[in-house]
Ligand binder design. Structure first.
Ligand code: ATP
Length: 319
């Protein structure tokens, strides 16, 4: 069953359509990435699906419960991790988790047991009894995510979970997110880092101007935007002549290479037929950054409202 579902979501702020027909479906146990330039509407979509703002149109549900008419049932089934930590600095990691468990209605012993399990899952057992103020950025973020998982939510919303973390901290948080999904939670992740979406998400929705303009697996999106490119290095200029005559490509005499815009098998077949041996053969796949830039550059605004962000912020999103 689709755990998180949204169809035709609309939200206006004055003249601006922050959500303009937003659709999404995330099954249980799936990590879904939501990408888009600044101002595309990602935060608005997340807040609407998390029952935090009213919608002007469309419908969304969590495990079949309607976010507009059954908000209490939805709230019991979601976890939301924003960029500002929800945990208390003075308390220890364990105390924080027990406190969240109690807030969510667990008995003291259940809350304690859940805290032990979460601390273990997220590699925080050793630091469990130290005040959070002594934690690294990555540890705090992991604790924050653990706090959102106290009740094992059906849906976990993560808004830019690794912003400001170093590579090690990011990796630690990624493991946490994978753990959450492995437990059956549907995860919706917004991120500015395309490699993060590539690493974590099995499904990616690119949004612009309040709607999803492409949704697929990372690999399929890459295929959609660009083909593989193959660069072959050969021993002599004569070999380059022969291969170039058989298969048109871009020649670089300095590196004695030819680059082709065709599949690798076609290049290997041509080499075989000519009896040539490549000194080097490099396959370059399109990156998600290219997908993002291509898609958001070509999505012209259908809404009358100006969207100053799509071109300038693409840079930022692509780092
Ligand atoms: P970012 O990557 O910068 O966080 P985003 O994709 O999350 O951007 P949103 O924050 O959802 O985008 O904003 C979408 C649009 O709606 C923006 O143009 C924003 O200025 C506008 N907007 C969001 N919230 C409000 C509000 N409370 N009042 C007026 N306009 C708003």
């Amino acid at each position: 069953m689709t755990t998180l579902f949204a169809e035709g979501l609309r939200k206006r702020y004055g003249d601006l359509a922050a959500l303009d027909g937003f659709d999404l479906a995330v099954p249980a146990g799936v990590i879904s990435g939501l990408l888009g330039p600044n101002g595309a509407g990602k935060t608005t979509a997340v807040r609407a699906m998390a029952t935090l703002i009213d919608l002007d149109g469309g419908s969304a549900s969590v495990e079949g419960f309607d976010v507009r008419t059954q908000a209490p049932q939805v709230r019991r089934r979601i976890g939301l991790v924003g960029q500002n930590a929800a945990v208390d600095e003075i308390l220890s990691g364990r105390q924080n988790l027990v406190m969240f468990g109690r807030l969510f209605g667990l008995t003291r012993s259940d809350a304690r047991a859940r805290a032990v399990r979460l601390l273990d899952m997220f590699g925080l057992t050793e630091a469990a009894d130290r005040p959070v103020s002594t934690y690294s950025g990555g540890m705090r973020r992991r604790l924050d995510i653990a706090a959102a998982l106290v009740l094992t939510p059906a849906v976990l919303f993560l808004d830019e979970p690794t912003t400001g973390l170093d590579p090690r901290g990011r990796n630690e948080v990624w493991d946490t997110v994978r753990e959450a999904a492995a437990g059956g939670t549907a995860v919706l992740l917004t991120t500015q880092y395309l490699d993060e979406a590539d690493q974590l998400a099995s499904q990616i929705s690119v949004m612009d101007h309040g709607r999803v303009i492409a949704s697929d697996t990372p690999a399929a999106l890459k295929r959609q935007v660009g083909r593989d490119r193959v660069t072959v290095t050969l021993a002599t200029p004569e070999d380059l002549d022969r291969l170039g005559a058989r298969l048109p490509g871009v020649r670089d005499d300095e590196s004695r290479s030819l680059t082709f815009d065709v599949g690798v098998s076609e290049v290997v077949r041509a080499l075989d037929e000519l009896g040539l041996t490549a000194e080097d053969l490099v396959l370059r796949r399109p990156t998600l950054d290219e997908v993002f830039l291509t898609l958001t550059a070509s999505s012209s605004s259908p809404s009358p409202s100006p969207s100053p962000s799509s071109s300038s912020s693409s840079k930022e999103n692509a780092r």
